[in-house]
Design a protein around this ligand. Structure first.
Ligand code: SIN
Length: 331
């Protein structure tokens, strides 16, 4: 018996290096949009690359469509370690820092190239750390795109918004942008928008073409205005303590995957929005209005007072850096 036990123990020791492989670390990535959107695709690309660079070491589980956590819970879940990656619209961070509200200022960025320049600038890169005192670290910016307004009537001049009930994200700046036009606002979670538009709790909204298409808002709104009134981009966030506590090789592999997924996202986001816009138009269900130069100027001028109200709390230097990303004035 004794000989048998010794032989079994020896066999186990010899076999151990062959069979002892640790289970991969499971990391959850939660987000609120559909898979066929810039964020949905980027999260899947990040998973693919992370698992390629860290084979057998990490497993990334991606949960789209608020399946795991919706707007109200994802920040808390990250703090508690119930999720490891989120990519949240920067309009939802007002509770944690005022600095990122620079992205919400109406008509701040003339196009997505300007957004890209700002995000890559020294100020933009510093802003990735703007919530570190709350233990949230930004790893990257992911593009979504510029917001387009809609209602059940044409929105051609700012006065057309008067009296409407706009669904907005959790942002005091977006609220002020519409309230200044005499509209009412409701801050609703993204997952609630379609139904709220359908039953009439709200009757207007703003979002990117890919969000509008993938969540079918065009089925419950008749008129879209190509307003490009604000950027809706994302910051990919991790729990700072968790991230810094990861083994070096894991953090390096995840960083490499994040960098490459980000580069790809920022190339395909524009294309996905263009495709979504074309499909909405082809549905024949809605009218898409382009603003004339005069109409566009009227919207810019009427929302502009919001800048004065909020630039102090954002930080004048941050606002200046964002303005500079547009390049020299053209007129
Ligand atoms: C998102 O793109 O993550 C959602 C934005 C919104 O709440 O409108």
């Amino acid at each position: 018996m004794r000989h048998w036990l010794i032989a079994a123990a020896a066999a186990a020791v010899i076999a151990a290096p062959l069979s002892a492989h640790a289970d991969p670390i499971v990391m959850k990535f939660s987000h609120v949009v559909a898979e066929k959107t810039p964020k949905g695709q980027a999260a899947l690309k990040f998973k693919e690359l992370a698992e390629k660079y860290l084979p057998g070491k990490v497993k990334i589980e991606v949960y789209p469509n608020s399946q795991l956590f919706g707007d109200a819970k994802e920040m808390e879940a990250l703090a508690l370690g119930d999720v490891q990656f989120i990519a949240t619209s920067m309009s939802k961070f007002g509770k944690y820092t005022k600095k990122l509200e620079v992205f919400d200022l109406p008509f701040m960025f003339k196009d997505m190239d300007a957004v890209e320049r700002f995000e890559n600038s020294k100020t933009g890169q510093e802003l990735l750390h703007s919530m570190e005192n709350r233990n949230y670290l930004g790893l990257a910016y992911w593009h979504n795109g510029l917001a387009q307004m809609s209602a059940n009537k044409p929105l051609l001049m700012p006065s057309d918004a008067k009296g409407l009930k706009f669904r907005i994200q959790q942002s005091d700046i977006i609220a002020a942008s519409y309230e200044t036009l005499g509209a009412n606002v409701q801050k609703l979670a993204f997952s609630e928008v379609y139904q709220a538009l359908q039953v009439g709790t709200v009757n207007a909204q703003e979002n990117t073409w890919s969000n509008i298409f993938s969540k079918k808002f065009y089925e419950v709104q008749s008129d879209f205005t190509e307003s490009n009134d604000r950027v809706i981009d994302y910051m990919v966030l991790v729990n700072a303590k968790w991230w810094k506590g990861l083994p070096d090789d894991i953090r390096a592999g995840l960083s490499k995957a994040m960098k490459e997924a980000t580069a790809e996202n920022n190339v395909i986001a524009g294309k996905l929005n263009d495709e979504a816009r074309a499909k909405i138009e082809a549905s024949g269900k809605v009218k898409i209005h382009k603003l004339t130069a005069e109409q566009h100027k009227a919207w810019v001028d009427s929302m502009r007072p919001v800048w004065e109200k909020f630039k102090g709390q954002i930080g004048e230097d941050i606002v200046k850096a964002a303005v500079a990303s547009n390049g020299p004035p053209t007129n």
